[in-house]
Design a protein around this ligand. Sequence first.
Ligand code: NBX
Length: 828
Amino acid sequence: MTNKTTSNKPTTAAQPLTAEQLKERIVRHLHATLGTDLNKASPQAWWRATCAAVNESVFDGLRTTQREHYEQDTRAVHYFSLEYLMGRLFSNNLHNLGLYQSAKQALAELGHDITELEEQEEDMALGNGGLGRLAACFIDSLATMNLPAVGYGIHYEHGLFQQEFQAGRQIERPDSWREYGNPWEICRPESVQEVSVYGYVETVYDLQGRMKKVWHPGRIIKGVPWDIPVVGYHGSSVNVLRLWESRASDFFNWDVFNSGGYVDASRENIEAETISKVLYPNDETEAGKELRLIQQYFFCSCSLKDMIRRYKRAHGDDWSQFPQQVVIQLNDTHPAVAIPELMRILVDRADMVWDEAWAICQQVFAYTNHTLLPEALESWSVRMFEKVLPRHLEIIYEINRRFLLEQVDVRWPGDNDKKRKLSIIEEGHEPMVRMGHLSVVGSFRVNGVAEVHSKLVQSDLFPEMVALWPDKFTNVTNGVTPRRWLKACNPRLSSMLDRLVGTEWPTDLKRLSKLAAYADDVKVQDDFMAIKQQNKADLAKVINELTGVAVDPAAIFDIQIKRLHEYKRQHLNLLHILALYRRILQNPDYDMVPRVFIFGAKAAPGYKLAKEIIYAINKVAEKINHDKRVKDRIKVVFMPNYRVTLAEKMIPAADVSEQISTAGKEASGTGNMKLALNGAITVGTLDGANIEIAEEVGADNIAIFGLTVDEVKDLHRSGYHSRDYYHNNPEIKAVLDWLETDYFTPGKPGELSAIKHSLLEGGDPYLVLADFEAYQAAQQQIDGWYRDKAGWAKKAIMNTACVGKFTSDRSIQDYVDRVWQLKPCHVD
Ligand code: NBX
């Protein structure tokens, strides 16, 4: 099965359509699908007609791919993820089909600008941040590399909330991405599944006297699949993202209805439909809500049954080939309940003996960890688990009993401390099911998402599991798809790269290294920076439209885009801005390269301090942007409603990329890769994938600062006193005290005091003050570098040239080699 030569060589798109043919299709769909005509059609109708025209090619590819996979009975990976942050699909599908230029021309000839039509599409925002976007990049790479794969997830009616600012504060509005339907999805009523929850378990004995467990569910829910075709780049494969929508199961309670209880009868429907209603907007925290557990179980159960149905079509009741045909990748622990669910199906339904069923499970599941933050590690109260999934709790107890007996006690006989640490059930006042432990025990491979993170997963999170199974643990450094994050979002740079390094780079990103030979070439430097300048001018327009702030494209565009979290330290960035502002006020001639500090971030609705940080940045921005004394040396903008589509406009325009998390906290980061790929210079800590980016681009081309992972640990061990930094550094003291006055919130002193409070009384858990001086020095270095135009251009070029490693194609190849053992399946 091992395959080291997976090819992702581009094959040309099957039948490149001419603009003329596309025009014919678009007009035909305007008439036949949209029921309108050329003169009356709205931009929305034009967009939909174009989608329908594109779908003719997409569906062709989908049919052939599915037929080929079925006929060849290929081994396939099944990516289980509660989140897919897809963004828009219009230009992505056009680029991947090789139809973008024809479509642009066709639409132009029909009197429409393709970029205006793109704006008709809502983002498909079925994810929170990095984890969900990674899943989206991975399914793009899987299709591009012709690897048989299905993505499974939930068809949320409402994706991540839309963010507005009211008087500087975040307000959340519901996201209704498919209010008027979504042209990219296909409902598959023929593949509906049913899922049970609640109820009780009965022990019965069969005729041979064997004990059997029978689960009598309290409720049955229907899962309706929606398929989103995933088009590989210039390749032949079109894979599927299958998302489940929950509905009430068919038997409507007519008795209750007929006796006038319409409300009672429809309550069950409403409750069933609630399951796929909305994406939980928390990243990196677990609230332990019952509905969340039901969401997880609902999609895992539907997906497993779907896979098994497909397997049985080829293999009947012979389970022996199952582990050869199937691998399931768990995107964090969110889908870990799939492990006891597969056990239940095999033992209770297929009458398999425990050992045989467990052997199958342990060959099928692999688990990716995305975080070490304690508050993000999932655990469910045993009490709630028992209420929702009584049979699964029994199965987990049995998995745990055997694990402690056959593994832990054999390795550490009589060591109760080891048992306590390793047990899937955490004992205590409120016993809990630890989903991380369950995932490790039930999987054949466990990986972290960057070198340093994978080491910490082993040393800090699961050291005893590593002692038991050293070969289970591995690393797969994250990556991003260069199709979306360079080719489609930065067409100017893409054309330049086509000319300089050839057109193969989108599927062979290491080819960008050829660019390094031009890093000192004055013409190339000028062209590269001219493109950056044009991209900055484009972004300046967007900034003005969205925030009303006018910014100068000649300034440094310094960008921090990611979820708002204390560990990501947007407030460190803010303190630095405040220190610069103060220097300007104290010295009107303060010499600095003008800089625009640009933020984009959503805060989880219940995360108070994160929301206070947004508010503080907005209030400081308001003051600085209007202060004539600043003479435009600083501008601060907070882009509202940061999302994939906005990222695509910001990343090509970045000069500086802020990656400033406390060392050891950011598992990998992927925004860091996208920004470097587009020629931004990173100001970053030695954390996550920043470390590997620094190795690739070299110390001259990145501004690294701050405590290392080991230094962070030492500082915590020896006792960290943030107050010492406050008292010993007058600049820190001044800016923190400033936030407490009413300078930024006239008439309302104390409105911005939450940050100071968390850094002093709160003990500054993420060491903002400890890293402040080093951060200032790194920013000073950036300022110095930027003054040397040629030197800066060289650094920017070297960033684009050296980050070929971070294509998601390489990540997927690592999964193929280290975890999945998959072969590509070429489709005609
Ligand atoms: O996963 C992120 C990490 O923080 C990043 O460092 C990493 O690059 C990325 C991809 O590996 N984790 C993340 O995005 N987590 C979540 O979004 C999340 C969502 C729900 C939840 C817990 C975490 N309950």
